[in-house]
Design a protein around this ligand. Structure first.
Ligand code: 5AD
Ligand code: SF4
Length: 435
């Protein structure tokens, strides 16, 4: 008899892929099938994120709710970064939780499932050569891990403490995975790692000689793959070779995530980011010169401990100079196991005001950028049916585009003329159907 699995995924693309791996293992080795309704599930999993404080605070009320309403005898497991971080404390605070599985221990899912009270949160565990069973949420695009862990020590970030040291996945396993995805119909792949352009610095067998630029070229040779994206690169490792490959390989989508975090060199030093404001601006303008239509997104933290009005003004200056096509902005949130948590925080009201100032300015920039897209023609890979007889997809340079159409468009890449650009979605018309 098949069983039902409900899985809730919080956080980043890494977690989305970890959840796909969990579903893959449980459906091929344990006969589970996914359900959207936790009340009918035999197993309830929550794949957690710990990068900011709020979702962690909500975790216990959420699993409490699951426990009250779940089917009789259903198991509850807590996975992901908060599992790594809190470990057996989760079971002490919520004894009805059946097991805790850390972000670097995903391959042990079928083991912990059968051990009431199991806690597997070893951040030294080397999962880099484990080959998971196959499952993907989307038929059109595939997430593919290229490394585990993170070797940086950004002083605000809990990730190195939850996902451990960085290890690159061997290139032959990555190529094999990409082939498998292409074979099942995916035309687009998204390469995933905490710090993708540091790829190749640390394999478990000690080998050397392949870097991220080489990997991009290898992957682009896989038959059937038309588009390659990746997240996240680190601005520090954006050397000329990397920008050259990015600009010249036609299969690499022209969108780059450049997590700024702060525009003040003084704060960047306190954050241990390893680059200056000038380096960041130089890389961004180099990128815009080399790839005129490039889409640059970023992450910004406001009110890092010690941030002054002058520091914040420098962040605003970078925002105005680079004119990012997308900004993910956050108020600094103190995290346990990080250096910055010991520093003097900025007044919460000041922090809120800065976030508001930044987001309002970014909204103005976005409206201008959207308006500039009118009349442009871009190649769109259609992947999502939307309501009212419309279909959506992304342009090569990562704008969300929506057109009138039916499921016949799904999986096709077609030229679209932008007719009515909005801040979040650019509306357009398909120019001609593929013959
Ligand atoms: N507080 C606020 N934002 C954070 N991020 C990481 N750690 C923190 C923190 N302690 C943000 C960074 C990172 C993104 C994934 O989350 O901007 O790039
Ligand atoms: Fe955190 Fe820095 Fe690693 Fe990104 S690169 S996950 S910000 S430590």
């Amino acid at each position: 008899m098949g069983k039902k699995l409900f899985i809730e995924t919080l956080g980043c693309a890494m977690n989305v892929r970890d959840s796909e791996h969990i579903v893959a293992e449980l459906s091929t080795k344990e006969e589970y099938a996914v359900t959207e309704d936790f009340r009918e599930a035999d197993l309830i999993l929550i794949n957690t994120c710990s990068v900011r404080e709020k979702p962690v605070q909500k975790l216990f009320s959420e699993i409490g709710h699951f426990n009250k309403k779940k089917k009789e005898g259903a198991k509850i497991g807590v996975c992901g970064c908060t599992a790594s971080h809190l470990g057996d404390e989760i079971i002490r605070r919520a004894p009805y939780v059946d097991f805790v599985l850390g972000a670097r221990n995903v391959s042990k899912i079928t083991k912990v499932l059968h051990e009431k009270g199991a806690v597997e949160v070893d951040i030294d565990f080397d999962e880099s050569t484990y080959v998971f069973s196959d499952f993907r949420n989307s038929t059109y695009k595939a997430l593919v891990n290229i490394s585990i862990g993170c070797d940086k020590q950004c002083t605000f970030c809990i990730v190195p403490a939850t996902r451990g040291e960085e290890i690159s996945i061997p290139p032959e396993l990555i190529v094999q995975e990409v082939r498998r995805a292409a074979g099942s119909g995916a035309r687009e792949i998204m390469l995933l790692g905490q710090n993708v352009n540091n790829y190749g610095k640390s394999f478990s067998d000690g080998r050397r000689g392949v870097d991220f630029s080489d990997l991009l070229n290898m992957v682009s040779e896989v038959e059937g793959i038309e588009r390659i994206r990746f997240t996240s690169p680190h601005p520090l490792h954006m050397d000329d070779k990397f920008l050259e490959v990015f600009a010249s390989n036609p299969k690499i989508c022209k969108s780059m995530h450049m997590p700024l975090q702060s525009g003040s060199t003084r704060i960047l030093r306190e954050m241990k980011r390893g680059y200056t404001k000038e380096w960041f601006l130089d890389r961004a303008s180099r990128l815009r010169e080399m790839v005129p239509d490039v889409h640059i997104s970023t992450d910004i933290i406001v009110a890092f401990p010690g941030e002054t009005e002058e520091d914040f003004a420098e962040t605003m200056e970078v925002l105005n100079k680079v004119r990012f096509e997308q900004v993910f902005s956050f108020k600094y949130s103190p995290r346990p196991l990080t250096k910055a948590a010991e520093m003097e925080p900025v007044d919460p009201e000041v922090a809120s005001r800065r976030l508001k100032t930044l987001q309002e300015r970014q909204t103005e920039i976005l409206d201008e950028i959207a308006a500039e897209q009118t009349g442009k023609v871009c190649e769109v890979y259609f992947e999502e049916l939307r309501s009212g007889g419309t279909v959506a997809g992304r342009s090569d340079n990562n704008f969300m585009i929506q057109v009138e159409g039916s499921e016949a468009l799904l999986g096709l890449t077609l030229p679209v003329k932008i007719t009515n650009p909005k801040r979040m979605v650019l509306y357009g018309e398909v120019l001609h159907q593929a013959s």
